[in-house]
Design a protein around this ligand. Structure first.
Ligand code: ZN
Length: 175
């Protein structure tokens, strides 16, 4: 899967969070949660380190598991608490956004499955519903097929984009 679908989840979460008290400014929340939505793909570095795709530390391995998402949530919870901000809702939201990455990848039409049970079991899984076109890896994304995948994701996640960026109605002026 390319980036657009993952980022869509991040910006939707930010838009929802911004409508509740104690949120960071919408733009900051969008940037932060969009970055977290892509964090699991930091395992791309494995290819450069010579770690095979199928290895537990390979692409769609450890960083795509729910356990990794929980670890990220704990780190964010700790960081927010130390900075004196309310932490629980933001940490839960961050956990869900990171966890959504593996779920979406498990609905793609190719590649290897997702290591959902890390660290207990290295088995890879797909979900029964696989309708998101798999993206070519690395620089091959810059190809007609890569662009068609981006376009398909933009359309598939159109409702998410609409929710995230729909202009907010202003409160009527009073007095
Ligand atoms: Zn991924």
């Amino acid at each position: 899967m390319a980036t657009l679908g993952h980022v869509a989840v991040g910006v939707v979460a930010a838009r929802w969070r911004a409508s509740r008290p104690g949120s960071l400014p919408l733009g900051v929340a969008m940037l932060g949660l969009a970055a977290l939505s892509l964090l699991p793909d930091a395992d791309f570095v494995a290819f450069h380190l010579g770690i095979p795709y199928s290895h537990p530390l390979g692409h769609r391995g450890m960083t795509h598991s729910p356990a990794f998402a929980v670890l990220v949530g704990i780190v964010i919870y700790g960081a927010l608490r130390m900075s004196g901000r309310p932490a629980l809702l933001d940490a839960l939201l961050a956990t869900l956004v990171v966890a959504s990455h593996g779920v979406l990848d498990a609905m793609t039409t190719g590649g290897l499955g997702v290591e959902f049970l890390w660290p207990m079991d290295p088995q890879r899984f797909f979900l029964p519903w696989r309708f998101i076109p798999v993206a070519p890896l690395g620089a091959r994304m810059l190809s007609p097929r890569g662009l068609s995948v981006l376009l398909a994701e933009a359309v598939l996640f159109l409702p998410a984009w609409a929710y995230a960026f729909w202009p907010r109605s202003r409160a009527p002026a009073t007095g």
